[in-house]
Design a binder for this molecule. Structure first.
Ligand SMILES: Nc1ncnc2c1ncn2[C@@H]1O[C@H](COP(=O)(O)OP(=O)(O)OP(=O)(O)O)[C@@H](O)[C@H]1O
Ligand SMILES: [Mg+2]
Length: 243
């Protein structure tokens, strides 16, 4: 269970999120879409306990150790190689060394990085680093997975492979997943529901049940609906930044 109840969060005096109430469905994928700077990463930081709400509450029964976070900026440790960076995701779990070795090797395989396990982050492209970040989050088989723009740096074909692998994995594990993204295609490919956020101070504009919307009206209509809902907010953010 994961629920936001009237959550407000401010940095100094500026409200970033305002009275946000959301219900994330267990074992389902929720996509969070909204203009740049609206507070998507802030929502993830609140859920993982890195920051606390200024008011309102977050109700959850996920233990901290059961939550994995794929950071928008990868955050690999530069002094560890690929294998060791993925092992960080198992640092707090039990099990024998050979069990852990097996899990790390399958995570490496999942993101197609097996041949790079001895390389260091400075030797990797952005997309490769992002895949290591994904493997580090998945290696512990989390109950709650927070993915912050997880495919933003990977090429289109690799993204397609990762999406297919991820879909299989989420069916195997019972995992509640939140994915912050700007890509409508991520919503179509992965999400059960999508939360559309306004520009900051962020409120919920609309929640759409993705699969039933697609069944009734098609993918094109879903994209049109999302764009119609978000356009004025993206416009205002853009004007705010450029003026
Ligand atoms: N440590 C901080 N101190 C002050 N303001 C911050 C801090 N971190 C983020 N912000 C501000 O909070 C707002 C929301 O940031 P956040 O990173 O959550 O946006 P986002 O929706 O994830 O954007 P993007 O799509 O570009 O990743 C932005 O205006 C940002 O400048
Ligand atoms: Mg962000």
């Amino acid at each position: 269970m994961l629920e936001f109840r009237d959550v407000t969060f401010s940095y100094s005096d500026a409200d970033i999120i305002k009275k946000l109430s959301l219900n994330f469905v267990n074992n389902r994928v929720t996509a969070i879409v909204g203009p740049s700077g609206c507070g998507k990463s802030t929502i993830f930081k609140l859920i993982s306990g890195l920051i606390k709400p200024s008011s309102g509450g977050i109700k959850t029964d996920f233990y901290r150790d059961a939550i994995s976070y794929v950071f928008q900026d990868y955050r690999l440790l530069p002094w560890f190689n690929v294998y060791e960076n993925i092992a960080v995701g198992l640092a707090r779990s039990g099990g024998s060394r050979s069990d852990k070795d097996g899990l790390i090797n399958s995570a490496l395989c999942l993101v197609n990085m097996s041949s790079c396990s001895a390389m260091y982050p400075f030797q990797l492209s952005g997309g490769m680093q992002q895949r290591v970040g994904l493997a580090r989050a998945l290696v512990s088989k989390p109950e709650l997975l927070l993915m912050d723009e997880p495919f933003s740096a990977v090429d289109g074909q690799t993204r397609q492979l990762l999406v297919e692998e991820f879909k299989q994995l989420k069916d195997e594990l019972s995992m509640t997943t939140l994915i912050a993204t700007h890509q409508f295609q991520d919503v179509i490919d992965l999400a059960d529901q999508v939360v559309l956020l306004s520009s900051s101070p962020s409120t919920c504009l609309k929640v759409i049940n993705v699969q039933s919307y697609i069944e009734h009206s098609g993918e094109r209509a879903l994209c049109d609906e999302m764009w119609k809902t978000l356009k004025s907010h993206v416009d205002s953010t853009f004007k705010h930044v450029t003026t």
